[in-house]
Design a binder for this molecule. Structure first.
Ligand SMILES: Cc1cc2nc3c(=O)[nH]c(=O)nc-3n(C[C@H](O)[C@H](O)[C@H](O)COP(=O)(O)O)c2cc1C
Length: 287
């Protein structure tokens, strides 16, 4: 394991000399910090998702009975009552557990898919594993484990991915790609070199499908093409227009230069609408 542990979404830097209790405390406070910043600060993009530019064409002669309209679908071999996903957000603290459990109950009640937040904190400190364990609340849902892809360059591999999947009884593993967030984050993990090859190996070795996602800066058609060729089963574009992680990390940073970096890149990214349209054009059957 790396001597310096930086979880992508909690920024909890823990050194080897720290006790588990120290690291858990740091991690918890950072996790709480993320939730607080997202709830209380203005961390929204100024630009929109671009989805407002699209609308369904009205059909005056639908030739179907409204009673037959059913949004149910199948995704990664599981039934969904509607094509909706509660995407990866949190875990690792008491509040995060409450949030995860409530989201899981909603997903179970409504037949939706759900992902948990980065499980790195639980890999490093198994004591907080329970804060992610929503299976008992949501036995039937399509459930995604989550780790940062960049951790594959910081001593993570097949074993850590398997642990994340197994502890959750997950149906798939989400690997998030967050180069901007890591760049703005204080002591972020910024070596993104050679990740595509490592993702391709995991796609072949893991017992469940791998999903690639961004965290709010979008995925271009060119990158989607590479990820599809690497073997990912699905892509969550997580485009620009919602939560700006450059803003979140800039907000949390103490160093004025780091804060300025966050402000500079606050609105950086490919809007969701553009991601979906351009990826569909090169990969019409991509999920
Ligand atoms: C509080 C919070 C925590 C998040 N934590 C994670 C995470 O641990 N892993 C991840 O892949 N994405 C994480 N995300 C990113 C979301 O899954 C999503 O991709 C991103 O916020 C873009 O969606 P939005 O436009 O609806 O904000 C987090 C988002 C929020 C708001």
């Amino acid at each position: 394991m790396n001597s310096s542990i930086e979880t992508p979404f909690d920024s909890a830097t823990v050194t080897d000399s720290a006790t588990v209790n120290d690291s858990a405390t740091v991690t918890e406070s950072r996790k709480a910090d993320h939730l607080r910043v997202c709830l209380e600060e203005d961390v929204q993009f100024s630009q929109t998702t671009g989805l407002e530019r699209y609308r369904f064409a009205h059909c005056c002669l639908p030739e179907l009975d409204r009673a037959d309209v059913d949004p149910a679908t199948t995704f990664l071999d599981k039934s969904l009552a509607a094509p909706l996903l509660i995407s990866s957000m949190t875990g690792g603290t008491e509040l995060a557990q409450t949030i995860n459990f409530r989201l899981a109950a909603a997903a179970q009640a409504h037949g939706l898919a759900m992902g948990v937040g980065s499980q790195r904190v639980a890999i490093e400190n198994p004591e907080v594993t329970a804060t992610f364990n929503v299976r008992s609340i949501a036995p039937d849902i399509l459930l995604f484990a989550n780790l940062g892809a960049v951790q594959l360059n910081y001593d993570y591999g097949l074993e850590e991915c398997r642990r994340a999947i197994d502890s959750l009884e997950a149906d798939a593993l989400v690997l998030h790609l967050n180069p901007l967030q890591e760049a703005v984050q204080t002591r972020g993990d910024t070596n993104f070199r050679g990740l595509l090859g490592k993702i391709a190996v995991l796609c072949r070795q893991l017992p469940v499908p791998v999903i690639a996602k961004e965290v709010g800066n979008g995925i271009s058609a060119a990158m989607a093409q590479k990820l599809i060729e690497a073997g990912v089963a699905a892509i969550d574009v997580a485009g620009a227009g919602g939560t700006s992680w450059a803003k979140v990390e800039g907000e949390r940073a103490k160093d004025p230069l780091q804060r300025r970096l966050g402000e500079t890149f606050a609105d950086w990214g490919i809007p969701t609408g553009e991601c979906v349209k351009t990826i569909r054009a090169i990969a019409p059957t991509c999920r």
